[in-house]
Design a protein around this ligand. Structure first.
Ligand code: AMP
Length: 216
């Protein structure tokens, strides 16, 4: 199964994608995680990407498309995957279509997670992330057992781009650059389902599984 999880920052795509990947035994491929790992490892991609990420801008399409062409060519991605945070622009959507076409396959479906902006901001600003295993917590809604510490033992951090100032910018970028992908997929006749992500993690996960079962 090849699925795209689309939606604004803070909507919970990453958390749902992580669960979904375990349930369906397909890799969870998150461009944000790939980029943060590249930054930590000071690779060429990491060096190119860091200033864009910190400012709340998108990393240029050519950098992302090359990164994803390589990632999607890995053997573990042959049978399927859940894409989280890619595509984020129409150009990326077209690049993904081309890649799939070359491999003689296509997307099975797109899930669009929606939520109002006030709740998104509240979720993002309280988010704490594990730089080691990429687990995500929240200061109110998903506290770690030990304050400030991930279950893997690493100290939790607030991502620089999760600060209140940068979040407003990221939401504007989402509206301008990423939201048009909803119509892009609808117009292509790709099966796209909207899930309102205002429930608990479990509620949203249940809705998601229901949608997948209904249409499989
Ligand atoms: P995320 O972890 O998905 O919220 O991504 C964090 C940041 O990484 C974004 O705000 C962008 O700066 C960058 N990023 C992640 N995915 C992409 C993408 N597909 N295209 C461009 N920039 C991206």
């Amino acid at each position: 199964m090849k699925v795209v999880f689309l939606g604004p920052p803070g909507v919970g795509k990453g958390t749902q994608a992580s669960r979904f990947s375990k349930n369906h035994q397909i890799p969870h491929i998150a461009t944000g995680d790939l980029l943060r790992t590249a930054i930590t490892n000071k690779t060429e991609v990491g060096l190119k990407a860091s200033s864009f990420i910190e400012a709340g801008h998108l990393v240029p399409d050519n950098v992302i498309i090359q990164l994803m062409n390589e990632r999607l060519d890995s053997p573990d991605a042959e049978e399927g995957y859940v894409l989280d945070g890619f595509p984020r622009t129409i150009a990326q959507g077209k690049a993904l279509d081309k890649l799939l076409e070359e491999k003689g396959s296509g997307l099975d479906r797109v899930i669009y997670f929606s939520l109002d902006e006030l709740t998104l901001k509240e979720r993002i600003v309280g988010r704490r992330s594990c730089p080691s295993c990429h687990s995500v917590y929240h200061t109110t809604f998903k506290k770690p057992d030990l304050e400030g510490v991930c279950s893997c033992g690493a100290a939790l951090v607030q991502r620089k781009d999760d600060s209140a100032e940068t979040v407003t910018k990221r939401l504007a970028v989402y509206r301008d650059e990423t939201a048009p992908l909803i119509d892009y997929y609808k117009n292509q006749g790709v099966l796209l389902t909207e899930i309102k992500a205002d429930g608990s993690l479990d509620d949203v996960a249940e809705l998601l599984e229901g949608v997948i079962q209904d249409n499989s």
